[in-house]
Design a protein around this ligand. Structure first.
Ligand code: ATP
Ligand code: MG
Length: 401
């Protein structure tokens, strides 16, 4: 029995076709990796199956009573909401039920016997539902997921618009996991996540009993959690059984086979055309030429996908800078609180620097012992916030950071 059935789906933006007559099926327990190059239509597909976008053509059918949780690549969090608010909103439907139940209780004072019986029955079944969905332990559920994702360290009362990219992803993910949907749709969930939490999510998805569709450009991550690949390319969608590595093998083989068949056919076409050109004028060979021409006309010509334009980068070269690109002395960065201890750093010509660290690395308190070691010591009261100076390249006065 399929959970989701997509048939003959076509969609385009303007004159660009994103999907042409594609089909897709999701079965129970399938862990699908949805892959393809940037801009091929992966997020668009998610938006279509979740009803956010109406396709130009096609049928989308979810099985009955299935609850879908979608981690949107472009989800927006509203100012004024705390982390706790967002996590609790996973239970919004239970709060609605509670409000309804309280309304019924208020009505009881003046209800006649018949109405009273109805109200008793209704409140009873709502009560049961609330208990079943852990309504009375929501706070501890919220705390639990907050701890697992490292959100408690940031403070659950923090406004969500003040979060870093990784912290934001964790809040959205936490909400999703609290909703306990039957199906997870994840659009690039590892973006912004630090190493520890990517590892955490990986284990979570490996053990996940229900089906999910995962879009990710993080190949090792994808490879370890999926058992099926759907590949979108040139408005087509193809299914490959196995993980990403297996897909790549089969895909390369198919591509090589197609190219070989294409070359063979092109040679045949050339030979036929040549034969026709040389023989159509002569009476003796005209019939033969005509029959070759017929063959040519009937031929199912193989087409190769057009090579996608490759991006080109051109950096204007400035004259070599001096030895130091920038230097800092006791530089403290932060917002309303310092995020670093005083840093005395320099960058020299030719150095290639990677800035690494866990999500929320600048917090003064952290309960994760493995992170603790790499954190700056607790903020000292005499620290001052200073802005990062903009450093100008000597030659052109262009800010370089
Ligand atoms: N609302 C829209 N209106 C017009 N064009 C759109 C719209 N949304 C997406 N597109 C275009 O459709 C194409 C597919 O976009 P989509 O976001 O689905 O790509 P994607 O496969 O998710 O890429 P990425 O890997 O970069 O996230 C892109 O060319 C994009 O510019
Ligand atoms: Mg996308």
């Amino acid at each position: 029995m399929s959970i989701l059935n997509v048939e003959k789906l076509s969609h385009g933006f303007g004159d660009r076709a994103i999907f042409t007559d594609v089909s897709f099926r999701l079965l129970k327990g399938e862990h699908v990796g949805f892959v393809g190059a940037n801009g091929e239509g992966k997020s668009t597909f998610m938006n279509i199956i979740t009803g956010k976008l109406m396709p130009d053509e096609g049928k989308i059918e979810w099985s009955k009573n299935v609850r879908v949780g979608y981690l949107d690549q472009h989800a927006v969090l509203e100012k004024g909401q705390t982390i706790r608010d967002v996590l609790q909103s996973a239970f919004a439907f239970l709060f609605d039920l509670e409000a309804q139940m309280n309304g019924y209780y208020a009505e009881m004072a003046e209800a006649d016997e018949e109405r009273m019986n109805f109200l008793m029955e209704e409140t009873g079944s709502i009560q049961e539902l609330l208990e079943h969905h852990d309504f009375y332990i929501i706070d501890s559920k919220v705390e639990e997921i907050g701890r697992a994702l490292g959100l408690t360290d940031i403070g659950l009362d923090k406004d969500v618009t003040e979060l870093s990219g990784g912290q934001r992803t964790k809040v959205l993910m936490g909400k999703l996991l609290l909703e306990k949907p039957d199906i997870l749709l994840l659009d690039e969930p590892t973006n912004y996540l630090d190493e520890n939490h990517i590892e955490w999510l990986k284990r979570y998805l490996i053990d996940y009993e229900n089906a999910f569709i995962l879009i990710s450009h993080d190949i090792p991550f994808l490879n370890s959690v999926v058992n099926l690949i759907y590949h979108v390319e040139n408005a087509e969608l193809n299914r490959y059984v196995g993980n990403y590595e297996k897909f790549q093998e089969v895909y390369e083989m198919k591509k090589a086979q197609l190219e070989a068949a294409y070359r063979k056919q092109q040679q045949e076409i050339e030979d036929l055309k040549d034969f026709v050109a040389r023989n159509k004028a002569r009476v003796a060979t005209r019939n033969m030429a005509m029959s070759r021409q017929k063959k040519l006309d009937k031929m199912d010509v193989i087409e190769l996908a057009k090579e996608k334009p490759k991006p080109e980068f051109n950096f204007k070269e400035a004259r070599a800078s001096g030895r130091y690109i920038f230097q800092t002395e006791d530089l403290v960065i932060g917002y309303d609180k310092p995020l670093s201890r005083p840093l005395t750093l320099s960058m020299e010509r030719g150095q290639k620097i990677a800035l690494v660290g866990a999500n929320g690395i600048g917090k003064p308190h952290c309960s994760n012992p493995s992170l603790e070691k790499s954190l700056p010591s607790a903020a000292k009261p005499h620290w001052e916030i200073i802005s990062i100076p903009v450093i100008l390249s000597r030659k052109r006065n262009i800010p370089i950071m």
